[in-house]
Design a protein around this ligand. Structure first.
Ligand code: ANZ
Ligand code: ZN
Ligand code: ZN
Length: 814
């Protein structure tokens, strides 16, 4: 018998599979399709850690399983290679990003092959290649044509360190998401995608998706749709101040107003005596991030403008303030303040000694308030409406506002349009030409791609302009409309644009004359199972949904949602319970584990560690354990003679039971991403089989062969190398990965059933049909629980229960 030499056999099969292009995928209308996709990776310089394997091994196992079940499986991958992280890495290394990207992708690919993944490399895509970004630009033009891409000035978040603008969601606690540098506001002209136009659909269509609930909640919160009302307050200057409120029921309690410091009416409303104080305040608040401004913990600040407005429902004269807790970019940038019912207004009113009027009462009586009452209740201090339920009153007063021309119902969203332009080198150039005569002119589609020029000095200069602005040959063009001198747009697209459509490209990665082949997309898409980290809950997953809807609206595809089912793998922590990171020196690479224990052991261990969606902690001993298990399996499978002699019926039944139990268990586990319990089932099954291992009569039999072969087939998606080798060693020439998934028979898997008569005082009262071999305690319990036995015991006292040889239950009562 040979030894389990994983090094040799893994190299051998790697090569053989390559030689026959085993995982090449082609469309086949006779087969049902299954599209299983991993979030395509940004190829970082650090390469893969075993943490990444927690994403790639399960999806690979799942894809292999579906192939064996007869599905035509698309399981591709590629590189999210454009964008800030790649560029920053290149700058750090002092190497051109083309070079670092090439190196890093090569290394990723090598590692992915090492762990036995079945990606079809014929379909590899790279978002930074002109063949790919040509189509990213084409989609940009589609959005532009539909009025969904536009340019606008605006106060933008800016990172002085990365020298680029940042989208709202890329600013965390006032800091740049990439480098942690303090972000600040800057006025710049930028490109936006009008994602807000899709806000309702992006919320409503979530309902039908098979996605983890926390991700859906995060998306809803990120879009944040608020239903409420607009109301107009007339200022004494004659200006109309419009406010947005989610609580129109509290209108009678509005005792002052606050405008965002940036609100356009502020200069006009400011009286001469307040001017200096107001101007100082405006300057100070420009330095504070939105998140801090909105925080309820932050000390409230503000300044009185000197002006007054009239409350439209009761004619009260109320002062107008400015304060940084009101954002210019949300609603109308102005609010009515109801200190009795809003926490932030309460703190503000207390600080500046403004009146607090309770209008919603829990019991209909007035109270001394020590804090805002934010629930619903019964209206008080609201004129003729006193006594009404506050929820019902919302509609009544909104209708009243509308009837009197003082407001209407309104909906607001927190989500902003997606800022997509970057003043950076490493991205897809925005395909626009600026002409003095014709204005903003799209690059004709026949001229795509607008190639990113190779420039040696690609670092941002810090002037707020893209490095491409320095590439004069790139910049100066003829206007496609009038033929006059014109200039190219020099901004590039946010990396998230590239990843908003890549799942479409995999269906036909090499078509040259269109973004995708519709027939192939129809066959493969939408993605059936999409798997990746929960950190992409918003940005990527919302942007991709948005593009899909735009492409659907353009009539190019027939589905509205790109990812039918979404799963998030749990985090893998290092043995020190911390995130694996280079700086902590706790990274474990798949390379080192494959070298020591083999890829199959690593795969088995990754799956075995714990439930797919839970957090797990790396422990090399576990990997070594799976390796030892595979070694024992090797011994059990190799070195048998097989196919000589028959087997007695009882042993055959027992072996079949082990076989079919395993089929049923592994099938349902893999279908449901319960990889850890399926690995346990293999170990348990091995132990049951091992009891027969010393018995040559058994291990030489035909039945033994069948049981072992089933075992190997079932294990193949998890441990592709060792199973392929053993499959060959028991005499097969066709790859195990081409075998059909076996069908389990639940009647064969069932444990033996025995009939046990139950007597009460010597008379037969019931016959139990139960699993063979139950302990006596259990038998006694079942017998006493029997309905007919209960009837015969009634109120009598049980003296004793005898179970002779476990074949009969005899109950004696008095
Ligand atoms: C009066 C009121 C009374 C409010 C009350 C709340 C409770 P969401 O759910 O976030 O949409 N608001 C409106 N525009 C704002 C802005 N630009 N900056 C800061 N706050 C703003 O919340 C909407 C509520 O937030 C609005 O309803 C308004 O305060 C405030 F008992 O109006 B409310
Ligand atoms: Zn930064
Ligand atoms: Zn022109």
């Amino acid at each position: 018998m040979s030894k389990y030499d994983f090094v040799t056999l893994e190299a051998k099969w790697q090569k053989k599979w390559d030689d026959v292009d085993l995982y090449k995928t082609t469309e086949d209308s006779s087969k049902e399709s299954m599209y299983c996709l991993d979030f395509f990776p940004y190829p970082s310089g650090a390469g893969l850690s075993v943490g990444h394997c927690r994403n790639y091994v399960p999806t690979d196992t799942y894809s292999r399983f579906f192939r064996m079940k007869g599905f035509n499986v698309l399981h591709p991958t590629g590189w999210d290679a454009f964008g800030l992280p790649a560029e920053n890495y290149a700058i750090k290394m002092g190497v051109h990003p083309e070079e670092t990207t090439r190196k890093n992708t090569e290394n990723y690919k090598r590692q992915m092959r090492l762990i036995g993944t079945t990606y079809d490399w014929n379909r590899e895509v790279n978002s930074s290649s002109p063949e790919y970004y040509k189509w990213t630009q084409w989609f940009f033009l589609l959005l532009f044509e539909k009025g969904l891409a536009y340019q606008d000035y605006g106060s933008q978040w800016w990172c002085d360190d990365c020298k680029t603008v940042l989208a709202n969601e890329q600013v965390e606690d006032g800091k740049c998401w990439r480098c942690g540098h303090e972000a600040r506001k800057k006025d710049l002209k930028q490109w936006f995608f009008k994602i807000t136009e899709y806000a309702d659909r992006l919320i409503d269509d979530l309902d039908d998706l098979d996605w983890p609930e926390p991700i859906k909640i995060m998306q809803r919160n990120w879009i944040n749709r608020s239903h409420g009302a607009k109301a107009v307050f007339k200022a004494e200057t004659g200006d109309d101040i419009e406010i947005f409120t989610t609580r129109p029921d509290t209108l009678f309690g509005a005792t002052y107003m606050v405008l965002a410091p940036e609100h356009k009416l502020v200069p006009k409303l400011t009286t001469p005596g307040q001017k200096e104080e107001i101007e100082t305040y405006i300057k100070e608040s420009a330095k504070i991030s939105e998140i801090d401004r909105l925080s309820t913990d932050k000390e409230k600040t503000g300044v009185f403008t000197g002006s007054y407005a009239t409350n439209p429902v009761n004619g009260e004269r109320i002062p107008i303030w400015i304060g940084d807790y009101v954002l210019a970019s949300y609603g109308t940038g102005a609010i009515m303040c109801v200190p009795a019912h809003d926490t932030r207004d309460f703190a503000f009113a207390k600080k500046f000694d403004l009146p607090i009027v309770e209008v919603v009462s829990p019991d209909g009586n007035p109270h001394e308030l020590s804090d805002a009452y934010t629930e619903s209740g019964i209206m008080i201090n609201s004129g003729e409406y006193d006594g009404k339920n506050s929820e019902e009153f919302k509609k009544i007063i909104t209708d009243w506002l509308k009837a009197n021309g003082k407001g209407d119902q309104d909906i607001n969203y927190k989500m902003r349009d997606w800022l997509i332009s970057r003043q950076r080198y490493w991205g897809a150039p925005i395909p626009i030409i600026h002409c003095e005569k014709c204005g903003t002119v799209p690059v004709p589609k026949k001229d795509l791609p607008v190639k990113l020029p190779h420039i040696e000095n690609f670092e941002p200069a810090g002037d707020g302009k893209s490095p491409l602005a320095r590439a004069t040959e790139f910049v100066n063009v003829k206007c496609p409309k009038c033929g006059g001198d014109a200039k190219r747009e020099t901004d590039t697209m946010d990396g998230f644009a590239c990843s908003s459509w890549y799942f479409l490209r995999f269906a036909s990665p090499h078509v040259h004359d269109k973004a995708f082949d519709s027939e192939k997309v129809k066959y493969w898409l939408p993605v059936d199972v999409y798997v990746g980290g929960a950190e992409h809950a918003v940005m990527h997953l919302i942007y991709a949904r948005f593009w899909t809807k735009v492409i659907f609206d353009a009539g190019l595809i027939d589905f509205k949602e790109p990812f039918t089912k979404l799963l998030n793998q749990g985090m893998l922590l290092a043995s020190d319970h911390q995130k694996m990171s280079k700086s902590k020196g706790n990274v474990v690479t798949p390379d080192s584990m494959v070298e020591k224990y083999g890829a199959d052991a690593l795969r088995g261990y990754i799956l075995f560690m714990g439930p797919f969606e839970g957090e797990v902690i790396w422990d090399e001993k576990g990997c070594a354990g799976v390796h030892r298990f595979l070694g024992r399996l090797w011994e059990m499978v190799t070195g048998n003679e097989y196919d000589v002699g028959g087997l007695d019926e009882k042993t055959e039944t027992e072996l079949r039971r082990i076989q079919h139990k395993l089929i049923l268990k592994v099938t349902s586990d893999l279908e449901n991403f319960r990889f850890n319990t399926s690995v346990s089932a293999f170990m348990e099954s091995y132990n049951n089989l091992f009891k027969y291992f010393e018995n040559k009569e058994v291990t030489n039999s035909k039945v033994w062969r069948e049981v072992i072969e089933t075992y190997l087939i079932l294990l193949a998606p998890i441990c592709p190398y060792i199973t392929e080798e053993m499959w060959e060693s028991v005499g097969h020439t066709e790859s195990i990965h081409k075998q059909m998934w076996p069908k389990g028979d639940s009647s064969l898997a069932k444990d033996d059933v025995v009939k046990i008569p139950v007597q009460v005082n010597g008379k037969l009262r019931d016959v139990l049909e139960i699993e063979a071999g139950l302990p006596e305690e259990k038998l006694k319990e079942l017998a006493l629980a029997s309905e007919s036995v209960q009837r015969h015991i009634a109120d009598k006292q049980v003296l004793k229960v005898i179970i002779p040889k476990g074949k009969l239950v005899s109950i004696v009562v008095k």
